[in-house]
Write a protein that binds this ligand. Structure first.
Ligand code: ADP
Ligand code: ZN
Length: 735
């Protein structure tokens, strides 16, 4: 990273704290931001939730000119724009969904060089006209989101993205930055070539997501298991992935019938239905989405607390992508895979339908890797990261079922011997279900047909449940004590090691098999706190948190934005731990920037106060915690216009504010312009009597459609000065 040339580190941190409300950067953010500020091209691969947006939003704020953000989904842009605006950035989009008024006002903001971020879709670059228009603007830099869409090697190729290769030719002096969450080395090179990036600053962040807890649960009675699971996670947002539309519908219906707020999502639904569903999820109006893999790109929701795979994913890449949608806010989140060997058979059927031999073999190999990940007894994180070529070196990841295993280990050598000798006696030709049936002495057609009720092992396992035996058999398979050759008909066969166990030369020790039986809520807690420790989340008052969530939903609804845009879960957790009671304390909470404070702070403080009065016991328990780091003092333009907003809300006049703050009247008016643009409510009565505004409106009308100041001032024949015209324009624009 080269030294900063035109900006200071203080400036960067000041924006980080005042706009975004954070006191430190996540890994790689700072170096990317510095490179952008120095005018260098950038190519960054960072995992979902790694914090890519700040990497371009922060420099967009500081740099002169607009940052043009290319984003693949029009449906997402509104949320992106809203999120930027709630932080006090001036952002807009030009696409088919916005009103003419909005388009005009963004046009004006662009011409006046007042916009920080302009979100547009890639196909715009197919239009000569559009490119010519862009050329008339001062562009700080381009930021290409989901850049892997330009590569045919990637998993989400979108032909529209190809038009982006024009950018470096059409705008040779403007830096181009590209971001993605997925790129193998090959895809990365492809992206850089196609975009024509010039000696870009390269970042490849670790794929490790320390806040995600990975675990695999043996799939038995899936409905029951799912129900249990979601009941243990009541009130949290989550995604349940299933492998087919039919299963999606069935699971969603099952959950609904148990009064759980769940909705289906798959490619067989109309665009509108899908959009409505996604929106309801995003706004916390529906807690759970049951989906096929069609529910993917564009889930910007940061507070997804769990991702469940109810069926086996087809490869590790998909598994990583899908689980990656959990916990973007950095708070602990849970990733559960319900795994049964039956799923392998089903996936293999899909694989066998692939006609091209090479493709089929690759797909099969990938499936096999996924199965290994699910079955192996080593750390899941190590295995996952290894797939992406990363070595995870910690002894204990503290974030997977294997590492955090609290179950007792028991010696089940005798059980194993019973199974293995049965396998031997039945000539290594039967699957786990049948073996378990024989052991518990079941009376099935198949048992009678093969005369297995005559075997000495028939019924020797009556003292245990059928499920116990299946768990032990599975463990024997997973640990490769027995071998299965044909995945379509998994029939365990004995290995050398199996013989050692049969001959009493080796013991077989495993986790208490009965423990698999229960979906342990105890386990839930342990897992949550393990990850929480890793990512440094402290406990908080659940009661206050619940109240804050309600308030967040209410405020979000009023502003017509998703709740996580108001404040993240992380922010609410901190509030519910530290009980901030003063403005100063509140502003030290993670994620509270000046602008957000001005917009939502008072309401939150009121609710906290009210809560404290009603729950003195909770206060006694939590209020002792001291807020840790002092957030940095802020300075510069951002905080200053927020301060103006605060004073205006107190009913002060422009002159009063100017004299109190020793600023000019013109500066205060420029703050008001900024606030107006950001959609902040300014009450016109505070500045004009109606007649006067009406008069000024006429002068504007007489002169110019674009509401330029000079013609209006001329039209007034000396009765309107520059400052008053600017002030009036804020309100006239709106009407
Ligand atoms: P990505 O686009 O890489 O998936 P986002 O930009 O949406 O990730 O960021 C994910 C979450 O992390 C957001 O909730 C964001 O507010 C938060 N975040 C980003 N940078 C920081 C930071 N430096 N400190 C704390 N939280 C951050
Ligand atoms: Zn682990």
């Amino acid at each position: 990273m080269s030294a900063l040339q035109n900006y200071s580190v203080d400036q960067i941190y000041s924006v980080l704290s005042s706009i975004f409300g954070f006191s430190t950067f996540r890994p790689y953010q700072e170096e990317i931001i510095c490179s952008i500020l120095n005018g260098q091209d950038v190519f960054a691969v960072m995992p979902t939730g790694g914090g890519k947006s700040i990497c371009y939003q922060l420099p967009a704020r500081l740099m002169e000119g607009v940052c043009v953000v290319v984003s693949p989904l029009i449906s997402l842009m509104k949320d992106q724009v809203d999120a930027a605006r709630t932080n006090g950035l001036s952002a807009g989009t030009l696409n088919s969904t916005i009103s003419t008024e909005e388009r005009n006002s963004i046009g004006v903001a662009l011409r006046q060089n007042r916009l920080d971020l302009l979100y547009i879709s890639p196909e715009r670059f197919n239009s000569e006209y559009f490119i010519e228009r862009l050329k008339t603007l001062k562009i700080a830099f381009f930021a290409i989101d989901e850049a892997h869409c330009i590569s045919e090697w990637g998993h989400d190729f979108r032909p529209d993205y190809l038009a982006l290769s024009k950018i470096v030719h059409e705008f040779p002096d403007v830096p181009v930055t590209a971001f993605t969450a997925t790129a193998t080395q090959r895809v990365a090179e492809d992206i850089i070539n196609r975009l024509g990036l010039r000696n870009p600053h390269l970042t490849r962040a670790s794929f490790n997501r320390p806040n995600l807890f990975y675990r695999v649960i043996l799939k038995r009675k899936l409905d029951e298991q799912l129900l249990n699971y979601v009941k243990n996670h009541a009130g949290e947002s989550g995604i349940i992935y299933r492998s087919s539309r039919k299963k999606v519908e069935a699971t969603a219906a099952m959950l609904k019938s148990c009064d759980i707020s769940a909705r289906p999502y798959h490619a067989g639904m109309s665009d509108t239905d899908r959009q409505v569903t996604q929106e309801a999820f995003s706004r916390d109006e529906c807690s759970i989405i049951v989906a096929t893999v069609a529910f993917g790109m564009g889930i910007d929701k940061s507070n997804v607390r769990f991702v469940v795979h109810a069926d086996l994913p087809k490869n590790i890449e998909s598994y990583y992508q899908e689980t990656g949608r959990a916990g973007r806010d950095g708070e602990p989140a849970d990733c559960v895979l319900f795994f049964g060997r039956g799923d392998i058979v089903q996936q293999l059927q899909f694989v066998n339908e692939i006609e091209d031999t090479d493709a089929r073999n690759i797909t099969k190999e990938q499936l096999w890797q996924m199965v290994n990940l699910a079955e192996q007894r080593g750390c899941r994180r190590v295995a996952l990261l290894k797939y992406f070529g990363e070595n995870f070196l910690e002894q204990n990841c503290n974030g997977c079922d294997i590492c955090v295993n609290t179950d007792k280990h028991v010696d089940v050598t005798i059980s194993a011997q019973k199974i293995l000798s049965l396998i031997y006696r039945t000539k290594e030709s039967f699957g786990a279900v049948h073996l378990a049936d024989v052991l518990v002495g079941a009376n099935t057609e198949k048992i009678r047909q093969f005369g297995h009720d005559k075997l000495p092992t028939y019924g020797v396992g009556r003292d245990q449940s059928k499920n116990y035996w299946r768990v032990v058999i599975n463990e024997l398979i997973a640990r490769k004590i027995v071998r299965v050759d044909d995945l379509l008909r998994p029939v365990p066969k004995l290995t050398e090691e199996a013989w050692l166990i049969i001959r009493n030369q080796k013991n077989f020790i495993m986790q208490q098999p009965e423990e698999h039986e229960k979906d342990k809520s105890k386990f839930n807690q342990i897992t949550a706190s393990a990850v929480a420790n890793t990512v440094g989340v402290l406990p908080f008052s659940e009661l206050l948190f619940a109240r804050l969530r309600e308030l967040r939903t209410e405020l979000a609804r009023a502003d017509n934005v998703p709740p996580y845009i108001v404040f993240s879960d992380r922010t609410l957790h901190e509030i519910a731990r530290f009980f901030p009671c003063t403005v100063e304390e509140f502003q030290r909470i993670h994620g509270v920037g000046q602008y957000k404070y001005a917009t939502y702070g008072q309401r939150f403080l009121e609710v906290i106060k009210e809560f404290c009065e009603q729950h003195p016991d909770e206060v006694a328990k939590w209020r002792q915690h001291q807020l840790p780091v002092q957030k940095q003092e802020t300075s510069g333009q951002t905080s200053t216009f927020i301060e103006t907003y605060r004073m205006i809300q107190q009913g002060k006049t422009i002159d009063e504010i100017a004299s109190e703050r020793q600023l000019t009247r013109g500066t205060i008016i420029s703050h008001l312009e900024k606030l107006g643009e950001l959609g902040k409510k300014l009450s016109v009565d505070q500045f004009f009597v109606p007649e006067r505004l009406e008069q000024i409106k006429k002068w504007f009308k007489q002169s110019d459609e674009n509401m330029r100041l000079k013609p209006a001032i001329e039209a007034s024949g000396g009765k309107l000065d520059y400052e008053e015209a600017r002030l009036a324009r804020i309100f006239l624009k709106k009407s």
